[in-house]
Write a protein that binds this ligand. Structure first.
Ligand code: GLO
Ligand code: MG
Length: 343
């Protein structure tokens, strides 16, 4: 039995289109996704604002809340919770050069309006968590905006969100690049600094995504540990990534099993989940995957996580201490490899 509760987003079951080619699978309705998520073993769903209310740009505040309540009813039907809502700020014409740090004031106003609507939607779905994946917040042309100004604009925007709703928690999902060339908030360290600069640091934390840490050249388990040390790991996006290239969102653990094991281990050792946090997955099916297997990468990721949790439960801390005392790190490393490879 796993000690954790799991979550996933509707976008993780997608049609296979990429920047170089069209869809390869049929779309699946939201209700069918919820049904399958529950069957597979998920407890909660993560959302973009426009997955809950597709045409929210054209609706009044009251209409947006009404639409959100319909999705809440559908979640209730399948006994699923909403974990977070994220404003999808990277699709609109007004955010082609970023939202919160766009050089145009009217664009910044739109971004904040959208973030506040995402907060409204979150409240209707019964969650206090707003995730900010800062997709286009940074520069495409390095000289086009000052990183000092841009950083201050981000803090200012988050302060306005914290003021807009006194209970909302803002969770930044750091990523060093893509789709932007140079992002402003690339790692957990950046997130902690931004958090400390806001009017309510307790309500500002991070969402560590394994692939994003690897893209920054960092170890995901250490990034998780860093946020845990400050009590600011609000959620995680576990997945995997083959080195520093385009963002791959591979199934959890398929690329580097030892690194995956250490992510599970650090979560387990620190009681992650005891305050209601979910183990979130952000994984993509391969483009070659057929319709019938649209959920297979989710099943696989969950299975791998749970198998690694069993391994982490078996970890022999007394042996570790002995090795550490003797500085026998060769012995400790071999022990870990045997733990992972033996049945
Ligand atoms: C992309 C991100 C993206 C976010 C999602 C939630 O690199 O990982 O999938 O997690 O939009 O904000
Ligand atoms: Mg993510």
């Amino acid at each position: 039995m796993s000690k954790f509760k799991f979550s996933v987003g509707p976008w993780n079951v997608h049609e296979g289109a990429d920047a170089y080619g069209p869809a390869t699978r049929k779309p699946i309705a939201m209700e069918e996704k919820f049904k399958r998520f529950k069957e597979i073993g998920f407890d909660a769903v993560q959302f973009h604002d426009d997955e809950v209310v597709p045409n929210l740009n054209d609706l009044s505040d009251a209409e947006i809340k009404k639409e959100a309540r319909k999705v809440k009813a559908l979640l209730d039907k399948y006994d699923l919770k909403a974990e977070f809502v994220a404003p999808r700020l990277w699709m609109d014409k007004r955010t082609i050069d970023g939202g919160f740090m766009s050089t145009k004031e009217s664009d910044r106003e739109y971004a904040l309006w959208r973030a506040c609507r995402a907060i409204d939607i979150a409240k209707e779905l019964g969650t206090d968590l707003l995730v900010l994946w800062l997709a286009r917040e940074g520069t495409l042309c390095a000289e086009s905006k000052s990183p000092v100004w841009a950083t201050k604009m981000l803090v200012e925007a988050i302060n306005k969100m914290l003021e807009y709703d006194k209970t909302i928690r803002v969770c930044i999902e750091p990523k060093p690049n893509e789709p932007i060339d140079r992002s402003i908030c690339g790692t957990m360290g950046h997130v902690m600094a931004i958090s400390a600069a806001t009017i309510d640091p307790k309500r500002v934390g991070g969402n560590l995504e394994s692939a994003h840490a690897i893209l920054a050249g960092l170890d995901p388990a250490h990034e998780i540990g860093f946020a845990l040390a400050f009590d600011k790991l609000f959620t995680v996006h576990l997945n995997d990534q083959n080195s520093i290239k385009y963002d791959q969102d591979k199934s959890f653990g398929v690329e580097n099993l030892r690194a995956a094991f250490n992510q599970v281990k650090v979560l387990l050792e620190n009681g992650y989940g005891s305050k209601g946090e979910y183990v979130g997955l952000d994984v993509k099916a391969m483009r070659t995957t057929v319709d019938e297997d649209s959920f297979k990468h989710l099943e696989n990721s969950l299975k791998i996580f749970k198998m690694l949790e069993e391994k982490a439960e078996k970890f022999d801390y007394a042996f570790r201490d002995e090795c550490v005392k003797n500085r026998d790190f060769e012995g400790l490393e071999m022990y870990v490899m045997e733990l992972l490879m033996k049945g």
